[in-house]
Design a protein around this ligand. Structure first.
Ligand SMILES: [Zn+2]
Length: 70
């Protein structure tokens, strides 16, 4: 079995371990309807708008509907 000849330095070890901690959303586009930031190819979280029409009822409207039923 091939083995590493030398122990890796703490700097090298820490550099390797620090590769995975960056979690950032790189692309956010503005919603065409309300202008809120949303992920591309996703329904807008604030108004439920996608592809020129309302695909999903926004959360605020859903709660209002629930109140009306009660
Ligand atoms: Zn929107």
């Amino acid at each position: 079995m091939p083995n590493p000849k030398r122990k890796h330095t703490p700097q090298r070890r820490d550099k390797r371990r620090s590769q995975n901690w960056k979690l950032e959303v790189k692309s956010l586009s503005a919603c065409g309807q309300c202008g809120a930031l949303r992920l591309p190819h996703r329904v807008c979280p604030s108004c439920g708008f996608y592809n020129g029409k309302i695909e999903v009822a926004p959360k605020a409207a859903k709660t209002e509907e629930g109140k009306e039923k009660k």
